[in-house]
Design a protein around this ligand. Sequence first.
Ligand code: FAD
Ligand code: AMP
Length: 476
Amino acid sequence: MAKSFDVVIIGGGPAGYVAAIRAAQLGLKTACVDKWINKQGKPALGGTCLNVGCIPSKALLDSSEHYHRLIHDLPTHGITAKDAGIDIKAMIKRKDDVVQKLTGGVEMLFKVNKIDWFKGHGRLLANKQVEVSPVDGKGKPEVIQASNVILASGSAPIEIDAAPQDGNRIVDSTGALEFTEVPKRLGIIGGGVIGLELGSVWRRLGANVTILEAQDSFLAHTDQQIAREALKQFTKQGMEIKLGARVVATKVNPKSVTVEYKDGAGDHKFQVDKLIVAVGRRPYTDNLIAPEAGVLLDEAGFVHVDKEWRANQPGVYAIGDVIGGPMLAHKGSEEGVAVAEIIAGGHGHVNYNAIPLVIYTAPEIAWVGRTEEQLKTAGIAYKTGAFPFAANGRALAMNQGIGLVKILADAETDRILGVHMIGHMVSELLQEAVVAIEFQASAEDLARTIHSHPSLAEAIHEAALAVDKRALHKSN
Ligand code: FAD
Ligand code: AMP
């Protein structure tokens, strides 16, 4: 007889593994099917995020930032080091160690919570049966029975015909985490979050980076005041960012790649040593759903779900990147918790207005809520308060007086509608703004909250005061 479970989750990324843990905590008999094989050739949990996404990219961003600061920033502090160098092999190994520690941690959490991990490819059949096939194609598939199925199969990098990957000179984000040396000339197609983060890693280590972005505006979904500041800073750092530049063809040569692109001025051609394709991600549903399961995808290929993450078949849910929305680990995890709670008979909720978004460049970019452009389009009257880190004591003490905090509040009610930041470590500062939005705080609530001195967070306090034109450390 088939093994049976209250919940079977297909996909062990941050959406799926968190759903599994929450379901198990709630007393549901839970299984998770995942097919990831890591760099060491072993099955691993954690999905894109832990294996080739959030975590390894942040590990390399951290290493490269240390190197960059050693050369370019620490001398300002009076600190110099002779013979500073970078050992790329050691840097990549440290990244791999962090990844293994974390994916191993998820495996341990599965054991502690008594979650069955089926290592293989999962395919949803009719009547909530899931077929698990060995990844190597050897051995027989096993069919397990679920009362509820959660599809959490994530996403995969989009490939474009203009730049087919050869795994050496033309790579996707995963390949860009594995360079064995610093490319002298690095091209990146796509000026989104992933392109900017990976471009930053290799630029800091000495690569000449050119980013080609098809859109005319930089970071089109980011508040444009912040995006303008970001473009200024990245350009100043030496990153060449070409907007309105659409890559139309590439050619792999023995020692380089020729990149052809079109922009308003015509056709152009240049050579790079490596080219990263970072043009976005697509829902990953390859061989996920048998036709007889009858689960619908939308026109963009995402699993179609309602407001409670239910697919069109009873007892089938979907979460994470495979349903679209912001493709972020924490968004998927929250959906995972919510669905587990719904299945257990509770009420799941995700506040999509309070999802933090971060770009881990230096300076970092972080925001929550709506941008000024979105408020204008929606016809909502708002007030603005901004404060620069150049006037923040802690930032100056750290030699980090770049960027600003900007708060957008409802003109009538003073309720905070959006908080946008660019600056040192704003990824960590943002959380105060997320809590404020979650608690429906007003700008005055933040203005009346005592912030420790000196702290980067004082910039948030001052921006909140500035909404009421009473910032203390700048003219209003
Ligand atoms: P995934 O993490 O993609 O996991 C899906 C899992 O399902 C995988 O293990 C896959 O092997 C498995 N799977 C798929 N189909 C099947 C099947 N049929 N059978 C069995 N298993 C299957 N997000 C952030 O929030 N912060 C960041 O800093 C960040 N940085 C990123 C950097 C990079 C370079 C990349 C590529 C992504 C980054 N992301 C970041 C995005 C983040 O990784 C994703 O949003 C997140 O991983 C989505 O989680 P998920 O669980 O939906 O899917
Ligand atoms: P994101 O979805 O945030 O990862 O960003 C991917 C970016 O790649 C988007 O801003 C797209 O406009 C950009 N893009 C997609 N195709 C091309 C192309 N052929 N040439 C240049 N940029 C592209």
